[in-house]
Design a protein around this ligand. Structure first.
Ligand code: NDP
Length: 300
């Protein structure tokens, strides 16, 4: 890829995620041999959304590869909300299940928030339950949302101490923007959260030593939005048509060709934040399993 990313250091999410998964596998084998504890992750998929099926398959494969127990529950698209809540209730009470992940989106007849709120906060490895959201914002031990955790790990791989950095996050969703902001506050960044009503967005973005784009708009962040030397973490996953052909490709929220000429370090899409999400899910499952037994979280 030489020449394709200007002078910026390429933050290789695939490599960082692979290293994280290795450390997780080591921690899991320790937990098994010292405590007889095999962390277990249950994934619940309702319906046949093709993208969700791919995610669920990858999650199951990586869970087993890390030496953990994987439980898959595939329910058909007509499953009632009551039946789904019943299943979650059973998983909440199952001592072999330490983490529960309900794959989103759920079919329209199901109230997603109600379902997410029914997961035991101690098993909420997605970190979406209001109890974990609250704990994250008050600084208590919490299960932290996976993609935001992945963003923070990648930023720290480029600059281990982020203290005092001006961080600008574009996007204020509950699953990415807001939890990233909380995590970066913990890292002692000065945090700005921008969104669709932010005035002079390019000027705001240009202040950032650490710029996180979580918008869902292909290549919106241009090179002249980036402060020279900044770390740029691109969360966006957008499928666009390739000009002059009937093919499509994935691009981020950042114009990589332009931004990589200005940034100090940058994540590619694909191969940046994406691979970190499942690795962080496995990490959270180890954390939940250790906490369930009152064991200190292994060093990962
Ligand atoms: P949402 O649609 O929930 O949130 C998008 C945010 O971007 C909103 O806060 C919105 O502002 C803001 N926004 C939209 N348009 C603009 C604009 N023109 N200028 C400034 N801000 C704008 O998206 P998500 O947070 O769920 O996801 C963001 C991206 O990250 C998507 O591309 C998604 O695919 C990707 N993603 C990747 C993951 C991974 O790598 N594993 C996981 C999750 C998401 P407002 O609130 O004002 O409407």
């Amino acid at each position: 890829m030489a020449g394709e990313h200007g002078d910026a250091q390429l933050i290789d999410g695939k490599a960082v995620a692979a290293e994280l998964r290795e450390r997780i596998a080591t921690a899991v084998s320790e937990l098994k041999s010292s405590h007889g504890l095999a962390p277990g992750l249950a994934v619940v998929l309702v319906g046949e959304d093709p993208a969700s099926q791919v995610y669920v398959r990858n999650k199951a494969r990586q869970t087993s590869a890390a030496g953990m127990q994987s439980f898959e529950h595939r329910l058909d698209a007509q499953t009632s909300q009551a039946d789904l809540l019943d299943l979650i209730n059973r998983l909440n009470g199952d001592p072999n299940v330490h983490g529960i992940l309900v794959q989103l989106p759920l079919p329209a007849h199901i109230n997603s928030q109600l379902v997410l709120n029914s997961v035991d906060p101690a098993k909420d490895v997605d970190g979406f339950h209001p109890v974990n959201v609250g704990r994250l914002s008050t600084g208590e031990a919490a299960l932290v949302p996976c993609t935001p955790l992945g963003c923070t790990i990648l930023a720290k791989s480029a600059q281990p101490d982020l203290t005092g950095a001006e961080a600008v996050i574009i996007g204020r969703s509950n699953i990415v923007g807001k939890p990233v902001a909380q995590l970066l506050l913990r890292e002692n960044c000065t945090v700005t959260i921008a969104h669709s009503r932010t005035r002079n967005l390019a000027d705001v973005a240009r202040r950032a030593d650490l710029l996180i784009a979580a918008v869902g708009r292909p290549e919106m962040v241009k090179g002249d939005w980036v402060k020279p030397g900044a770390i740029v973490i691109d969360v966006g996953i957008n499928r666009i048509d390739v000009d002059g052909s009937d093919r499509t490709k994935l691009v981020g929220d950042v114009d990589f060709a332009e931004a990589s000429r200005v940034a100090g370090a940058i994540t590619p899409v694909p191969g940046g934040v994406g691979p970190m999400t499942i690795a962080c899910l496995l990490r959270n499952t180890v954390q939940a399993a250790a906490a369930a037994r009152g064991i200190a979280m292994p060093e990962i």
